[in-house]
Design a protein around this ligand. Structure first.
Ligand SMILES: [Fe+2]
Length: 487
């Protein structure tokens, strides 16, 4: 057996828990190149055609000085156009004012989640600058980056040129927000999103319905008890479900006066309770509320109605992550193990007001739940997540999990030493394939080579690696992905 010292000497990292950190280094802007079949490990199936979309922070520092938080990094969009067994890869930073101005100045000019702008009170009288870095969707002919603190930013799908902020013909105003987690209704093709807001009307959820042509078809709002953190929601055939957890500012005064950064001031305040708001899709009216034991979460999986009950599956964060200061405020540039949790199901009876919760099968601590999006709003069998398995380098998401709710089983694919995944997404083998019959696509960052690849697994058996598409560059650790058919 090798000694630890010998092992470390042979590895491209010193600390196994921090081997992922090189994946935070700044990515390259405006790349475009072709990867033909001979360069691909394995073979991309003929039935897999489309564009894999990926967004995430790709510049986490300026002039050698790290930003305060992973959430602050400037967004960069990556597309993999998969056609006839080959791939056209492209990437581009979103040219927001934050990116453009700070690139020119080579210093921080804007307040962000984890750091304030230099200059004190008057330079920080605004929300965190829009970094366009969180999620991505192609809907209604528009490629949109999503950042919950501001408007979506639109890019050209073919060139990734930045078009600008998207306000849907003026339907979104300057102070409106638009979450990172809209939901596509599979039966109507409409896209629903929301924003958390305040103002004279008090705390509220702004609700948006965007039709298949990319037009704002309806706006609405629902009053909520207090300004709180609500990153995701869920959608059934007829309802939107918001589980608003009690994460808010510890001292709003300190934030407003720039005596504190936002992340440093966020607090999990269980005494405020946690309310669930059920909203009708047809008119955005509030249907019913429920109270649950407060817990911390960022992302939900699928949600559906059955016999008067709503079922919603979420990643409930581990207790040790339920204190802010560890979950969303952890400095991953210098600390290992991003937030993870376990899958948990909630049931809400719309007739009686009763609710209950139960644990779901889970093989690894997990995050970024995904499902077969054709089943959104209907009972579904499979959940796919990123996770952390106990391999040599468990400091970051290093596993892809598949949960079979029918069989009550969960299994995980180990990405390998110093190899890390981002959100895995499911793509069906064909439009009418059975649920779960298809592929898992995920960007892998390999700290051994300091390069990234697009990994394609068989969704019916995660041990079956179908193909891996190598890149000449790295994609910094990011957040959310998407997939769209070839135009
Ligand atoms: Fe998210």
């Amino acid at each position: 057996m090798q000694t630890e010292q010998t092992t470390n000497h042979q590895k491209p990292w010193q600390d196994p828990l921090m081997a992922h950190v090189s994946g935070f280094r700044t990515g390259t802007d405006d790349l475009s190149y072709h990867i033909d079949a001979s360069q691909i490990r394995g073979k991309i199936p003929e039935t897999l055609q489309g564009i894999f979309l990926r967004n995430g922070p790709a510049r986490n520092e300026l002039a050698g000085k790290k930003f305060g938080h992973w959430f602050d990094g400037d967004g960069c969009v990556h597309t993999f156009r998969i056609e006839n067994g080959a791939v056209d890869y492209r990437c581009s930073f979103v040219k927001t004012p934050k990116y453009v101005d700070e690139t020119e100045a080579q210093q921080v000019r804007y307040r962000s989640y984890g750091h304030n702008a230099p200059g004190g009170f008057f330079r920080n009288l605004h929300m965190p600058a829009n970094a366009a870095n969180t999620s991505i969707v192609y809907h209604g002919g528009k490629l949109l980056t999503l950042f919950e603190g501001g408007l979506p930013w639109r890019l050209d799908l073919d060139t990734l040129a930045t078009i600008g902020p998207e306000d849907f013909d003026g339907a979104l105003k300057g102070m409106d927000t638009f979450s990172a987690h809209g939901k596509l209704h599979p039966r109507t093709g409409d896209y629903f999103n929301f924003g958390m807001g305040g103002g004279l009307k008090g705390p509220q959820l702004s609700l948006y319905q965007i039709d298949q042509q990319g037009k704002m078809a309806r706006r609405g709002n629902v009053a909520i008890d207090s300004m709180a953190f609500c990153h995701d929601n869920a959608m059934t055939e007829n309802y939107l479900v918001f589980m608003v957890m009690p994460v808010t500012f510890g001292s709003l005064f300190k934030v407003i006066t720039a005596r504190d950064t936002i992340d440093n001031n966020m607090a999990f305040r269980a005494e405020l309770g946690m309310k669930v708001y059920v909203v009708a899709l047809e008119d955005f009216s509030l249907v019913r509320t429920f109270e649950v034991e407060p817990f911390m979460y960022a992302h939900s999986s699928n949600c559906w109605e059955k016999d008067g009950e709503l079922f919603i599956d979420v990643v409930a964060m581990n207790d040790e992550d339920a204190e802010v200061g560890t979950a969303f405020s952890r400095n991953l540039f210098s600390q290992p193990r991003p937030a993870t949790g376990a899958m948990r199901r909630f049931r809400f009876n719309l007739n009686t007001g009763a609710s209950s919760t139960e644990a779901l099968p889970c093989a690894v601590p997990c995050e970024f739940p995904q499902w077969d999006m054709r089943r959104t709003g209907q009972e579904s069998r499979f959940i796919y997540t990123a996770g952390i398995c106990e391999n040599e380098t468990p400091g970051f998401y290093n596993a892809i999990q598949r949960i079979d709710l029918l069989r009550g089983e969960a299994s995980a694919y180990d990405c390998g030493p110093a190899r890390y995944t981002s959100e895995p997404i499911f793509v069906p083998r064909s439009p009418d394939a059975d649920e779960g019959d298809g592929y898992i696509l995920a960007v892998i960052y390999d700290a051994n080579t300091k390069l990234s690849e697009l990994l394609i697994l068989d969704a019916t058996n995660l041990d079956e690696e179908i193909a891996s598409v190598p890149l000449r560059n790295h994609i910094p650790h990011g957040f959310h992905c998407g997939f769209t058919a070839l135009p």
